[in-house]
Structure formats: structure tokens, C-alpha cells
Write a protein that binds this ligand. Structure first.
Ligand SMILES: CC(C)(COP(=O)(O)OP(=O)(O)OC[C@H]1O[C@@H](n2cnc3c(N)ncnc32)[C@H](O)[C@@H]1OP(=O)(O)O)[C@@H](O)C(=O)NCCC(=O)NCCS
Length: 160
């Protein structure tokens, strides 16, 4: 039986859960709580950089999140997937894919051309997910990540 995954915009009440989900994964970017607070409080349509913080729920329980930004003062707009994480116990059930699809949808609605991201070269699950959603490698940043040292694979998905 397929599980019920829903993706919605995060609210300030959900920031604690997002911080906890990020903390559960060493591979996710670790941001301070303030950065998430800013994302949910930023007034849309007033800034050159639009932001999106999305939460995925599995049967009503928040289990993953994604954050993205888009520079909308260029044409076409340029989007970036900034962070993506799913609680370890709930990985492999399509939650990451649902979040990524939602980020691509949000980017397309803003008229984005490229959606870009960086990922550790050793992160096989994320690389697989990104390739499956149309991302291709555009470059490598040698030694970009620390603890452990790793290269960043730069990827891009072209929406138009
Ligand atoms: C990357 C991540 C978000 C994916 O979330 P998820 O809910 O497991 O994603 P999905 O279930 O939609 O898809 C995962 C895919 O990766 C595949 N996969 C899982 N582990 C894998 C591995 N070690 N090597 C290759 N593919 C792998 C799964 O089979 C699945 O592919 P499929 O649908 O073609 O079978 C999750 O693994 C995660 O939170 N990782 C830690 C944080 C992270 O790495 N974030 C990305 C930073 S750039």
C-alpha cells in the first residue's frame, strides 16, 4: 500500500522539528535556528531572493524538509536547493523525492531556468536522487567539504 506523503510550507511552529531533522543527519547542512526562522517570516514578493522552506509529512508526521532560494531579478530566475534531509528511519520511502519535486515545482512557478545544488561526492543516495530528477553534473569543487574532507559535485537541472 502506498504511503501518504504530503509536502507543505513550513510555519514558525515547525522550526523546532526542522532543526531536529537536520541534526539527525550529518550529511545535511547544519544551520542555526535563526536561519529557518528568517525563512518562514520573510515576506514574499518583497525581495530579490525568494525563499522556500518545505516540510514533508508521512501519515501526518513531519519527517523531512527542503529549503531553496531563487534569485528573481535575473531572467530567467536562478534557483538553488540549499538543504534537504529526511529522518533516517523514514528514508527510502519517497519522501526525499516528493520534497525535491516540490522544490522543482516552486522553482518553475517562479520562472527559474536552472536549479542548482552542491552535494558531497560520497553521498550516493543524494546523487542517485538528484540524477533521477533530471540533475546533471556541471562541475566539481575539490576539497569543498570538511569533516570528513570531500569534493562537492555541482549539479544543475534546467527547467526551461
Ligand atoms: C538524500 C535523502 C534526502 C533522500 O531522501 P529519501 O526519502 O531517502 O529519498 P527517496 O526515498 O525519495 O529516494 C531515495 C533514492 O535513493 C536510493 N538510494 C538510497 N540509498 C542509496 C545508496 N546508498 N546509493 C544509491 N542510491 C541509494 C533509493 O533507492 C531511492 O532511489 P529509487 O527511488 O530510484 O529507488 C536522504 O537520504 C537524506 O536525508 N540523507 C541525508 C541528508 C542528505 O544527504 N541531504 C542531501 C544533501 S545535498
Amino acid at each position: 500500500m502506498s504511503e501518504c506523503i504530503t509536502v507543505r510550507r513550513a510555519t514558525s511552529e515547525g522550526v523546532d522539528v526542522i532543526v531536529a531533522i537536520a541534526a539527525s543527519s550529518a550529511l545535511a547542512s547544519q544551520w542555526g535556528r535563526e536561519r529557518y526562522e528568517e525563512m518562514v517570516s520573510a515576506a514574499p514578493c518583497e525581495v530579490a531572493v525568494q525563499r522556500s522552506l518545505l516540510v514533508a509529512e508521512l501519515a501526518g508526521r513531519p519527517v523531512g524538509f527542503a529549503s531553496a532560494s531563487a534569485l528573481v531579478t535575473v531572467a530567467p530566475a536562478e534557483a538553488e536547493l540549499e538543504n534537504l534531509a529526511v529522518l533516517p528511519a523514514f528514508q527510502g520511502r519517497g519522501v526525499g523525492g516528493a520534497l525535491l519535486a516540490a522544490v522543482l515545482h516552486w522553482s518553475a512557478e517562479l520562472g527559474a531556468g536552472p536549479v542548482r545544488l552542491e552535494v558531497r561526492s560520497a553521498n550516493a543516495a543524494a546523487l542517485h536522487l538528484y540524477r533521477r530528477h533530471g540533475f546533471v553534473q556541471t562541475g566539481v569543487r575539490r576539497g569543498y567539504y570538511a569533516a570528513p574532507l570531500d569534493d562537492a559535485i555541482c549539479m544543475e537541472c534546467r527547467l526551461q
